[in-house]
Design a protein around this ligand. Structure first.
Ligand SMILES: NC(=O)c1ccc[n+]([C@@H]2O[C@H](COP(=O)([O-])OP(=O)(O)OC[C@H]3O[C@@H](n4cnc5c(N)ncnc54)[C@H](OP(=O)(O)O)[C@@H]3O)[C@@H](O)[C@H]2O)c1
Length: 273
């Protein structure tokens, strides 16, 4: 099984599929990440606020997989936007790494208006080699336009909520037109989209599972995904999506599920520190 890669605007490559560890309890993270690595996962998406960077780091060390074969993302939490260098050093210490592959501003938190300064700090951290690539998360058009206008590096990625009921066609197009790759968080709608009639019908016809059908929809849209799962069976199911394709009719049916339903906060209003 070969996981496709995407070349980012800074010429680094990112595996298009990986594991997300949001809401993974710290004591279980080490074992679940180890299991994922055994199953062939090579891309892990964590964040300082998830509280489980140590578990990710221990699993990486114990796996014995060469560092250059892994892609590790972590994120700058909102109350550290004026303090990004120290925050990244803390994350690296917890991960046991000397660099991450991707460092993201987690949310724009517009009320504080500190994300442009944070972006300039990330540019410096990238220049110092502490992160290979830099990007943003939960950024809308206006936030992207500001960091591009006031910074000197175009974000490599924008990580946003995307799933069939929130397909984000406009923001994906806007980001891609700027050369920014899109990562889809909560790709399964935190499992809420799995029971939808359209999904179940396509899965039944293809003898695949609803999760596999939704993940294929993301992959065929060119999005980067890292579903979270808590058992070996689900981890194995989710990565087993590279030997089939959805046809145009199936893609259109899933595209038609848009309802605007979010499972997470609206970035315009999310200002938690
Ligand atoms: N940047 C941001 O602001 C942001 C926000 C949210 C998430 N994220 C990232 O995106 C990653 C994924 O998003 P997410 O964790 O919110 O949601 P998700 O991946 O869409 O869904 C995870 C849920 O789906 C269930 N699930 C996974 N595989 C399944 C399968 N094959 N069949 C049935 N159910 C399945 C999981 O259950 P079990 O765990 O019980 O197996 C879990 O409840 C996160 O882990 C995180 O890395 C980023």
């Amino acid at each position: 099984m070969t996981i496709p890669t995407i070349t980012l605007n800074d010429q680094h490559t990112i595996p298009q599929f990986g594991l997300g560890v949001f809401l993974m309890p710290p004591p279980e993270t080490r074992q679940l990440v180890r299991t994922a690595l055994e199953l062939g996962y090579r891309h892990i998406d964590t964040a300082a606020i998830y509280g489980n960077e140590e578990g990710v780091g221990r699993a990486i060390t114990e796996s014995g997989i060469p560092r250059e074969e892994l892609f590790v993302t972590t994120k700058l939490w909102n109350n550290r936007q004026t303090d990004a260098p120290a925050a990244l050093h803390e994350s690296l210490d917890k991960l046991g790494l000397d660099h991450v592959d991707l460092y993201l501003i987690h949310w724009p938190t517009p009320r504080y208006d500190t994300y442009v300064g944070a972006w300039q700090s990330l540019e410096q951290l990238q220049a110092e080699g502490l992160t290979r690539s830099i990007g943003v998360s939960n950024f809308h058009q206006e936030h992207l336009a500001r960091v591009i206008a006031e910074g000197s590096v175009v974000p490599a990625v924008n990580q946003i909520e995307v799933h069939p009921t929130l397909p984000q066609f406009e923001l994906v197009r806007f980001s891609n037109d700027l050369g920014i790759a899109v990562e889809a968080w909560s790709p399964l709608g935190r499992s809420a989209d799995l029971d939808a009639a359209e999904v179940v019908q396509i899965a039944t016809a293809l003898a695949r599972t609803p999760a596999q059908v939704i993940l294929r929809w993301h992959i065929q849209r060119g999005l980067i995904v890292f579903p979270k799962a808590s058992s070996r069976e689900r981890l194995a199911e989710n990565i087993d999506i590279f030997d089939f394709e959805l046809d145009d009719a199936a893609m259109l049916a899933l595209n038609g599920m848009a309802s605007g339903r979010r499972v997470g906060p609206d970035p315009e209003r999310f200002n938690r520190h």
